[in-house]
Design a protein around this ligand. Structure first.
Ligand code: ZN
Length: 93
């Protein structure tokens, strides 16, 4: 049976598995003689979080850079920067 939608599935122990990477999204832990089902991240969820974290860190670093050196980014009319502006304008064309 071909199912186009990749769905999460339960294994024989009743733990949820990711339909994409096949890793567990739930795991059982024994605590005080009882079994508890706890949620955990599957491989693609971990990856998605890492990518999101890296993206946010890059954006934050860029914002930090602009905050620390605003003159490097917004140099417009500093009076003595005419020559620099001209060369920059030429380079941009
Ligand atoms: Zn997954």
């Amino acid at each position: 049976m071909a199912n186009k939608v990749i769905a999460d599935y339960l294994d024989e122990e009743g733990c949820l598995h990711c339909g994409i990477c096949g890793k567990r999204k739930q795991m059982k832990v024994s605590l005080m003689g009882f079994e508890h089902v706890v949620s955990c991240l599957c491989e693609c969820e971990v990856k998605a979080r890492q990518e999101l974290d890296e993206k946010m860190q890059r954006e934050e670093a860029q914002r930090q850079l602009i905050r620390e050196n605003p003159s490097d980014f917004g140099k417009e009319d500093s009076g003595n920067g005419n020559l620099k502006m001209t060369t920059e304008a030429t380079r941009r064309c």
